[in-house]
Design a protein around this ligand. Structure first.
Ligand code: NAD
Length: 980
């Protein structure tokens, strides 16, 4: 693949736009396009969509309406829910929000009875609200509802969903699809097999069969779209070698079956992190086979990809789309701290990119056959103008764009193809939601053309006119580094890029060759005594350094950590046994801690807090350092937690003796070096190395230590607490963050695939050696069997091994005693519980293969099992109270996950839970500084939360100052007040 495609990944939007502008039609042509687009748009707006059409649905229920959002939730979840109670709970909740009928929240020109779908929704919406209403029409419905009851409502809505689905999906099977397609004369077809990405080998095999069956059933001349992520459970850059050896032959096989039948195959476009891999795979496959490729214009790299395709000089058909994962792309880039977005932030920029790409694709008619997928009048008019008599086709989605394409075909002949989804109703849901998001968004053409409030002139205007001059990205979408208003966000490394992975791999390998990680000499009792004395002596001057200066040093340290990311990642991988992804987020978290506490210090320590009081008196409260803090960190976040504790203590004006865990001393040393270089004086911060007994215990027993910030096991925390209590002198502060028995609760409305993605990362990432890691899964028995099957399949796909290799998912257990304890626990479970599934681990090395067992609630462990072992318990809906009580009875309260589409379920779990961090519909690990302040309650810790607003004051002592300002002269502020 071309280097330029890599380089263009994160060029600035403005720079990308510069190139695209040069490929736009000139003014006179643009004028012609506008006229033609206007003609089409008038016809489209004048046509009334059929009562039952996808567009009429979107017209009523856009995403900016409460009803649209509620409907999306119902559409996404209803059909998969196995039991009637859960289905009713979902309907009651979603349909009681919003105003149904009268065209929903959007243009009410169509009567609410226009379609059966609308009618059923209106009816049920009103029914669901009947309890609180007493007006006459509602009272009538009330009586009706009482007679019919909820089962009837449920059936009506299910039926409505089916009707809706049939507007978006051409058939449940390929045979049905082909028959229905035949009725649509003048169109060719590209069939798309509905479904989620594969999570397991079994899923992938099922999709392979579905595709090959579809290809065999497709008439010559038509095509099939293939989603690579459906054909392999690990279609990701880190698994490149597997993809080439396992996925490539599967696609080649499908292409061969297709070629024999003269059926076209198009590789569908997916998330941007899969683009490079897709292109390399495509390049290899298209050497010998004829294949098509879908390309997204919203990616900044789109034009570079077009150039590359032109340069290949192979016979290729290309489907140019605008792109359907925009929201997800933005979110992912923000979460991973990417330097820039892979996509344009402005819709108009995407439209411009589309035109530029179209031009390129049309420039090589000998090789490339472009298909332009659009429902936008201006885009259609532009293509007609640019193409002249060169070969191309248009594509529309089944059920959409009917009015536009009728208008177009009335005025001139054009080759058109329908992208037609095939599949069952349950598989429809993700597709439907995607279409709702794409076309229900305010910026979408389909949405706007149905809104009479948007003038057609605006709608068909040249997108160039909508761009600011000079170009700037959409200000509502700040770059990831500017996500927070008051501090810089840390940047990550893009581990979905081959060059980045390869550079890291080489760096780690050369560091390994250069440096052997042997024993580190422990700090002796004399050295420790000396360090404490030095730190105590340094305290007075350090605490007088203005908070602003202390903050500045921490910010410099954060910058250095970002700059030295590869070196730190290498060290964390080698010494801490963490994978690349873990190590990168570790460095980011450490930098975020420094910046966050710097900000807190400036906000709360720089100026006194003035307090109200009587006239003639000034009252203020100031925060000061306490003295020497001992910061004692665990090995499992050797950089992040270590740095966080130290940065907080320093920011608050304390001097620090920092003790890294005995397993990871070098990482602690390196962090201290960075802090010293950033301006923290050497006697203010000292690193003490050694194990708990010989260094940790004497450190906390020393009466000169004013406070302890500890993170580790609750057993050690208790020992430290006892040691502090036994000391003479002032009572020390203790902040202890300890372990947890963390559970995730899943009800029957949750999406099993999403649940399993989140379970796999929560329970097994970092080999389960995170305090936040999930130990227990409580899953509703209605979906338990499916969830467990998926877990087993996903476990079989994990690679356990050397974290220095980029494709490793799960690294080693930190030391031999820890591994042996886990092995004993697994042995007990093997004889007493039911095995759900397990990964494979290398025969040698300190590994424990991730594993999941099913147990009854009584047999679940109430103690922390610190490794990749998941305990699964299927529960009955009626027993939710018992489950919540069990969680409370553990006494721990660190993290809790909930997966559900029903807010009342989430609310009831939240009401009962006594835990520090609750995560809904996502993984339960990876708390972000200042975003999800982290820490537990009960046996899980004392708080306050790390990375939260109350942490820093815990490291400080408070002093007030009261001055009688009337002592000299009188109450001047009373006497000097202005005259009335
Ligand atoms: P650990 O308790 O064995 O050790 C933690 C630190 O305490 C180490 O530096 C150790 O040397 C030191 N230490 C041990 N005995 C001591 C003593 N008597 N006096 C003073 N210091 C002593 O924990 P670990 O195995 O390193 O870490 C894993 C544990 O940490 C798990 O229980 C995990 O849940 C917990 N953890 C909690 C959080 C959180 O934020 N709540 C975060 C990470 C880890």
């Amino acid at each position: 693949m071309d280097q330029r495609i890599r380089q263009d990944h994160r060029i600035s939007e403005a720079e990308a736009l510069e190139r695209l502008r040069r490929l736009q039609p000139d003014d006179s042509i643009s004028q012609k396009i506008t006229e033609n687009a206007m003609r089409l748009a008038r016809e489209v707006r004048a046509s009334r969509p059929a009562g039952l059409s996808a567009e009429s649905f979107l017209r009523h229920y856009g995403l900016s309406t409460q009803e649209g959002v509620a409907l999306m939730c119902v559409a996404e979840a209803l059909l998969r829910i196995p039991d009637p109670e859960t289905a009713d709970a979902l309907l009651r909740e979603k349909l009681s929000a919003g105003k149904w009928g009268q065209g929903g929240g959007q243009g009410g020109e169509d009567s609410w009875a226009a379609s059966a779908a609308d009618w059923a929704l209106m009816l049920t919406g009103t029914l669901a609200r009947w309890r609180d209403a007493d007006e006459e029409p509602v009272a009538q419905l009330k009586r009706l509802a009482a007679r019919l009851g909820e089962p009837v409502v449920r059936t009506a809505v299910r039926q409505a969903m089916r009707i809706l689905a049939s507007q978006f999906v051409i058939g449940e099977t390929i045979e049905e699809a082909v028959t229905r397609g035949r009725a649509l004369e003048g169109y060719r077809f590209s069939y798309d097999m509905l479904g989620e990405a594969a999570r397991t080998a079994e899923d992938a095999a099922r999709y392979f069969d579905a595709y090959s069956k579809a290809i065999r059933g497709t008439p010559a001349g038509d095509g099939v779209s293939v989603k690579l992520s459906a054909l392999h459970p690990r279609f990701e850059e880190a698994k490149r070698a597997r993809i080439f050896s396992e996925l490539l032959p599967r696609v080649a096989e499908l292409a061969r079956i297709a070629a024999e039948r003269d059926v076209g195959i198009t590789i569908d476009a997916e998330e941007s992190e899969r683009l490079e891999l897709t292109l390399d795979l495509f390049e290899e496959l298209s050497r010998k086979l004829v294949l098509g490729l879908a390309l997204q214009a919203y990616q900044k790299r789109a034009l570079a990809v077009c150039d590359w395709l032109v340069g290949l000089r192979r016979r290729i058909s290309i489907r140019l789309v605008k792109g359907a994962y925009w929201d997800g792309e933005i979110k992912r880039a923000q979460q991973l701290g990417m330097a820039d977005y892979p996509v344009f932030t402005r819709k108009a920029a995407t439209d411009i990119s589309y035109v530029a790409c179209a031009r390129r694709l049309l420039s090589a008619p000998a090789h490339l056959y472009p298909a332009f997928a659009t429902h936008n009048c201006r885009t259609v008019a532009t293509i007609l103008e640019l193409a002249g008599d060169r070969p191309f086709e248009f594509q529309k989605l089944f059920g959409m764009g009917n009015a536009l394409y009728s208008a177009l075909l009335r005025s001139q002949p054009a080759a058109c193809r329908i992208y037609a989804p095939v599949g069952s109703f349950t598989d429809l849901l993700p597709y439907l939601v995607r279409r709702l998001l794409e076309n229900g968004a305010n910026t979408s053409f389909v949405h706007q053309i149905s809104d009479p409030g948007v003038p057609l002139e605006t709608l068909v205007a040249d997108p160039l006119a909508a761009l600011p001059e000079p170009y700037s990205p959409d200000a509502r979408i700040p770059l990831p580094r500017n996500l927070y208003p008051d501090r810089a966000n840390s940047l990550g490394l893009d581990l979905s890029r081959q060059d980045v992975l390869e550079a890291l791999r080489k760096k780690i390998q050369s560091d390994k060759d250069r440096e052997r990680l042997g024993e580190v000499e422990a700090t002796s009792p004399r050295e420790l005594d000396f360090s404490i004395a030095r730190a105590l002596a340094a305290f007075d001057s350090w605490t007088r350094v203005p908070a602003n200066e202390r903050a500045g040093a921490l910010e410099r340290a954060a910058d250095t950590m970002g700059e030295r990311m590869p070196e730190l990642v290498s060290l964390i991988v080698r010494e801490g046994g963490r994978t690349y992804a873990d190590a990168v987020s570790e460095v980011r978290e450490a930098a975020d801690f420094c910046r966050y506490y710097a900000l807190q210090a400036r906000t709360h320590f720089e100026q006194p807090l003035l307090l109200p009081g009587p006239a003639g008196e000034r009252n203020e409260l100031r925060l000061h350092g306490r003295g020497v803090f001992a910061c004692i960190a665990p090995w499992n976040f050797p950089l992040a937690i270590f740095t966080g504790q130290v940065a907080a203590a320093l920011a608050a004006g304390n001097s620090v003796i920092a003790k890294p865990a005995e397993q990871t001393p070098r990482i602690g040393f390196r962090a201290v070096e960075i802090l010293h270089a950033a301006g923290i004086p050497a006697d203010v911060l000292c690193c003490a190395v050694g194990d708990g007994e010989s260094v940790g215990a004497p450190l906390v027993a020393d009466a000169r230590i004013a406070g302890v910030a500890f993170t580790g096991s609750d057993e050690t925390a208790r020992r430290i607490n006892a040691a502090l209590a036994a000391r003479a002198g002032p009572i020390a502060t203790l902040i202890a963050e300890t372990g947890g028995v963390n559970a995730m609760l899943v009800d029957a409305s949750a999406l099993p695939e999403q649940v399993v993605d989140d379970v796999v990362s929560s329970a097994f990432q970092s080999a389960g050696q995170r305090c936040s890691a999930q130990r227990i899964l409580f899953v509703d028995e209605g979906c338990a069997a499916r969830v467990m099957r998926l877990i087993a399949g996903a476990l079989a796909e994990l690679k356990v091994g050397d974290p220095a290799e980029p494709d490793t998912d799960i690294g080693p257990i930190i030391d031999v005693p820890a591994r042996e304890a886990l092995a004993r626990h697994i042995a007990r479970l093997r004889s007493s519980a039911k095995l759900i599934g397990e990964a494979k681990a290398p025969a040698s090395g300190n590994y424990v293969a991730p594993v999941a067992f099913e147990l009854p609630i009584e047999a679940l462990p109430k103690v922390e099992v610190f490794g990749p072992i998941l305990h699964v318990c299927a529960y009955r809906r009626a027993d939710l109270g018992k489950v919540l009580q069990w969680i409370r009875d553990t006494g721990y309260g660190l993290t809790l996950g909930v997966h559900s589409r029903i807010q009342s379920f989430i609310d009831s779990v939240m009401r009962e839970a006594r835990v520090g961090n609750i995560y809904v519909n996502r993984s339960m690990i990876g708390a972000v500084v200042g975003v999800q302040p982290f820490g537990g309650e009960g046996l899980s810790g004392t708080g306050p939360k790390a990375g939260g607003p109350h942490y820093l004051p815990r490291f400080a002592t408070e002093r007030t100052l009261t001055v009688n300002t009337a002592a000299v002269g009188g109450v001047t502020e009373l006497l000097a007040r202005p005259l009335d």
